[in-house]
Every structure is written in C-alpha cells, then in structure tokens.
Design a protein around this ligand. Structure first.
Ligand code: FES
Length: 421
C-alpha cells in the first residue's frame, strides 16, 4: 500500500513528542468524561474555532446548497452559493416562527421557501415574500432575512465560525498549516461517498483512534496489520509528526513488501494493473500524479509510506494516501456520545477494472473503519468507570497528546488570540 518514491528504508525515528515541544507525562482523562469540561469545550472551542463543514465543489452552481449540523443538539447551518458566486452560510431558522427552512441534506434552490408557511428567501438570505403579508403588523422585511453565519474558504474547504464576528480570521487560525497544505490538488472533490454514525464515545475517543497507528497490529490484525507494520516496524511506529499551532500532522508507515493474497482472486484481478501499487487506491497514478507530488503528501519521501493524517483543530482530519484523500469529522453530542462522519473522494473510473478497484477500496476502508468504531464504546466505558485518571501515551501517540494539550489551552484561554499563542 505504498508508492515507490525513494529507496530510503524505515528509519525507526522516535522522540516526536519532544521534537513537537510536548511533555512526556501522563495525560488526564477528565476531558474525555467530565460534563463540566464538555460544556467549557463547547463554549470555548467549538463556539470560537473555525469549523470545517465541506468543500466548494459541493455547491458549485448558483443555488446549490448543503446543510451542516454543528455541535451538541445541532446548530443547523445552510451553506449555499449565491447568484454572485459567493459562498454563504445561514442559520437554518426561519424569521417567521423559527422552523428550519431547509430540510437538507443537499439540493439546489435559487429561492429558499420555508416549508411551514412559505416565507420565501433569496439565495443571499434576503426575505422576498410573505404570504398574506397585510395580516402582519409592520414586518420589516429588511430585518427579517436569514441570519448569516461567519463563513470563509481556504483551498476549496468551507469553514464557519459561530462567533458573529470571529475574533480571529480563518487564515490566522490556520497559521503555518495553511502554508504547508497550500496548493494540494483535491482530485474528485465533488464526489464524496459518505458514512455517518452516532457513537457511544466522546468525540475525542473517536478522533484519537484515527491519528495513531500503534493500535493497528492489535485492532486490525485481520485486515491491515500487515499493511501498516512489518518485521522492520513491528509496532507501526510513525514516520513523522509535526505540530502547527493547534493543528497537527502525522505520517504513517506502510509495508512496502506486503504481497497480495493469490487466493483472493477478485483482489488480484482488480490490482493486476495496479499502477499506484496501493491497496487503498481509488485513482490511477496519472489521476493522482499532481497530488502525490505535493511536498505535504508523504512528506518524508520514503517508499514505506501508507498515509498522512492532517488534523485541523479541533475535529477534522484530512487524510492523504496513494489513491487520494478522505476526511474524518468528529462532532460532540454529549460527554460520552458523538457523531462520526467520513467522506471518501473517488475519481471517475476510467474502465471496469478501475471501478472494481474503487469498490474494493471503499469496502476495504469501511471494514477497517468499522473495526475502529467497534472499539470506541469499549474505550469510553473504561474511561467512564473512573478507575484511571490518566493515559500513558507513547511516542507514536503524539497526536493525541497534542490534541489534549491544545484543548486544555483553548478551554483556559480568555481569547482566541491567547489560545493561539
Ligand atoms: Fe417559516 Fe412560518 S416558520 S414560514
């Protein structure tokens, strides 16, 4: 599941924790179960940070929209594109009696008509018409448009901010991470395959499962253990880890010598033309060439590479692999429940063999994701039992350590500028 980019062997480097400027002491579990922390995290993190909600390709044309649900209890948000080509975000709430104006999840509406009593809004949120308006009492239409939400875009990604006037702009929030990922070509970004699940685990328990590879030989021993580990790297140590303010990235090892199983005839057929040499590739090397050449993709440039996890604070992971990119998101619902969403982006298949390869890719990755999800409730139950107050994290779990460190910092900080210091 690698691509051949160099013949550099796995160096087995450690001490990422120290090189990221982090301590090595045990990490508290209270943020994973405390109701008080949950409320502070909601107010100080999710109501102050820029939150990724989708891609511009999803609303490419005038009137295209999608609905995003944010936060516990759901702040429903409508994202759309106006006649002027601008991306806008609105609270999904009618000015009349508060109904959601869009049922979602996606569609095209140049006029947004509330389903309750047909109040009608333009795509830019302006209130256009009120049925039987003369029976109302001097409604000021200009003041009764949809309520806008702060929105901005970066590299095709759409972000919203629940502060009416965000303390810090999106670019400043992303900091050096924006420079690192600038210019990554997101191939086939208009065609996500989406999987959603509500889980019995704190959102961080779920997010943590996708930013370390230490668990792979244990949890995924029947699926991808031999893909992410080998005799030269038995415990799936990371290739690289870096932090960028509140954001972080890790690069994961891939076994360059992992053979296909000749007994698996379907897989052998699908990968017979496997020009990416990858078991989790959805595209050909031609389709993926510019993506794979970007310096943020496989940043150490080794042959033994499987994938990178780019973790945008607080709750989004944009993953890069030989076959393209995919996105995980983790939304808090309660202190010990969360909503998980993963989006796989797959380019148009050029022939039947590639289509078969893509079907196998999605089925295989979902199988692995389900192995991770089956584990998170068990982890949460153990944490909730209060038998332990701290986690003992090793070096390849540096992303988890940095995540907790940053969340504690944001929860304590009186301003976003202070949190970003
Ligand atoms: Fe929307 Fe009445 S609540 S038209």
């Amino acid at each position: 599941m690698n691509i051949a980019t160099s013949d550099k062997p796995f160096a087995g480097k450690t001490a990422f924790t120290q090189s990221c400027g982090l301590g090595t002491e045990p990490v508290p579990l209270a943020p994973y179960r405390s109701a008080e922390f949950f409320e502070r995290e909601r107010a100080r993190v999710f109501e102050r940070a820029w939150l990724l909600v989708g891609r511009e390709e999803e609303i490419a044309a005038y009137g295209d929209y999608f609905v995003a649900e944010l936060l516990p209890g759901g702040v429903s948000t409508v994202l759309n594109r106006g006649k002027d080509g601008k991306v806008r975000a609105f609270y999904n709430t009618c000015s009349h009696r508060g109904s959601q104006v869009v049922d979602g999840p996606t569609g095209n509406a140049r006029r947004i008509v509330c389903p309750y009593h047909n109040w009608t809004y333009a795509a830019d949120g302006e209130l256009l018409s009120i049925p039987d308006e003369s029976s109302f009492f001097a409604v000021d239409r200009k003041r009764c448009g949809l309520t806008p939400m702060a929105v901005d875009t970066w590299e095709g990604w759409i972000f919203v901010n629940l502060q009416a006037e965000p303390e810090v702009g999106l670019r400043a929030f992303l900091g050096d991470f924006a420079d690192r990922l600038a210019g990554v070509p997101y191939v086939a970004a208009d065609k996500p395959i989406v999987l959603k699940a509500d889980l019995d685990a704190n959102w961080k328990v779920v997010q943590d499962a996708f930013i370390e590879s230490y668990h792979i030989p244990a949890i995924h021993k029947r699926t991808i253990a031999e893909t992410f580990s080998s005799n030269e790297n038995r415990f799936a140590r990371l290739l690289d880890a870096r932090v960028f303010g509140p954001h972080r990235t890790v690069s994961m090892y891939g076994n360059p010598k992992m053979p296909l199983d000749p007994a698996n005839k379907v897989e052998m057929l699908a990968y017979a033309s496997g020009d990416t040499g990858s078991l989790i590739a959805a595209g050909t090397s031609t389709q993926m060439d510019s993506f794979l050449q970007h310096p943020a993709v496989n940043p150490t440039g080794v042959d033994c590479w499987s994938m990178d996890v780019n973790n945008l604070f607080p709750n989004t992971q944009i993953d890069f692999g030989p076959g393209g990119f995919w996105v995980h998101q983790f939304w808090p619902l309660t202190p010990n429940t969360s909503r998980y969403e993963v989006r796989f982006y797959v380019p148009d298949a050029l022939n039947a063999r590639q289509r078969l390869q893509q079907e196998l890719y999605v089925a295989r990755v979902i199988e692995v994701v389900l192995e991770d999800l089956a584990n998170v409730a068990r982890t949460q139950r153990g944490i909730d039992s209060s038998g332990k107050d701290h986690m003992q994290l090793q070096d390849s779990e540096v992303g988890i350590r940095h995540s907790v460190e940053q969340l504690l910092k944001w929860v304590d900080a009186d301003s976003v500028a202070e949190a970003l210091l």
